[in-house]
Ligand binder design. Structure first.
Ligand SMILES: O=C(O)CCC(=O)C(=O)O
Length: 310
């Protein structure tokens, strides 16, 4: 890569947005017709109703908290590779990813996320998970349906949470497959939170005004602004692996269906955009431990939740 190409990458708006705020929203998003067509195919395969869930007795007979999320061979999106071109070859997305991560960036993971509406979550389950910081419902969903990740809200977290000992050299790309308003469990994102680098989950957040005071436990703090990611079909945004975000339980009658990608620089490939962003962070780029909310089986051992007070 030439010096001129390097400076072009660093000048791209996605890089300045990541430095200034920790995220970037794509004006106009991606092709809404293609998003709707994919959504129709998904809905033809899966009904998002109470039948997704194990009974309480079935769950208690053999609780499984690990291996209950999409993985290679158990990922609904694997059958839709061609249908995902509207995201993966979208010129604005490709240009932003190239500016941040360099050539040949790689997709670490792509999956469908369902925000499950309150109307279909069984009462026994609601009672058990009330107040938990991470309500990923995979453990309670019947095995054949674990090719999607199901959330009933998740407290503010960094996507670094799943990657201990890995550098924050990756981004998350989120695409809404239908219109998402304030009642459809939109993502809440804390602007400027990336600045403190990696910090342990659950995070030290105090609500004030239209945002949150965020402390890293190492002597730094940053005043963040809460930004709600609402938008039309095809809405697309990406954020840094240290940017705090979360969702409240879906209070609407309908599920929210979104695409979630994690995309990283290829090992050994120059990524001047991401290097420029990471050079501005005050805290570490990687953590030996990312969370302290789970017991040895992977069950919640802390009851606390900030985003539900947002
Ligand atoms: O879509 C959601 O409800 C939350 C997803 C999320 O924050 C994540 O996957 O990191």
């Amino acid at each position: 890569m030439t010096a001129a190409e390097r400076s072009t990458d660093v000048a791209h708006p996605v890089v300045s947005d990541f430095i200034a705020r920790g995220y970037h929203v794509f004006d106009g998003g991606v092709d809404p017709a293609a998003a709707s067509a994919l959504l129709a195919k998904i809905r033809a395969l899966r009904t998002f109703d109470a039948d997704l869930f194990l009974s309480e007795a079935e769950f208690d007979a053999d609780p499984q908290y690990i291996g209950v999320n999409p993985a290679p061979g158990r990922n609904l999106l694997e059958r839709f590779e061609d249908d995902l071109a509207f995201v993966e070859t979208d010129p604005a997305i490709v240009a932003a990813l190239t500016a941040l991560l360099g050539d040949g960036y790689e997709i670490l993971l792509k999956k469908l996320i369902c925000g499950v509406p309150a109307s279909v979550v069984p009462d026994w389950l609601k009672a058990r998970i009330a107040g938990n910081p991470v309500n990923n419902l995979g453990a309670y969903v019947k095995a054949p349906f674990r090719d999607i990740t199901y959330f009933y809200g998740i407290d503010f977290h960094q996507d670094l949470i799943d990657y201990k000992d890995r550098e924050a050299d990756f981004i998350t790309l989120y695409v809404y497959l239908h219109d998402v308003g304030t009642h459809d469990a939109p993502l809440f994102l804390l602007e400027d939170s990336h600045m403190l680098g990696g910090t342990l989950f659950p995070h030290d957040l105090t609500k004030n005004g239209d945002g949150w005071l965020y402390r890293d436990g190492r002597g730094h703090e940053v005043q963040t602004r809460q930004h709600l990611l609402t938008g039309k079909t095809g809405y697309a945004a990406m954020w840094h692996a240290c940017t705090l975000h979360g969702t409240q339980p879906d209070a609407a009658d309908n599920e929210r269906l979104s695409l979630r990608y994690l995309i990283a620089r290829k090992p050994g490939v120059a990524a001047p955009g991401m290097d420029a962003v990471n050079a501005t962070l005050l805290g570490p780029l990687s953590l030996e431990a990312t969370r302290q909310d789970l017991d040895a089986r992977g069950a919640a051992q802390i009851k606390a939740n900030s985003v539900n007070k947002a």
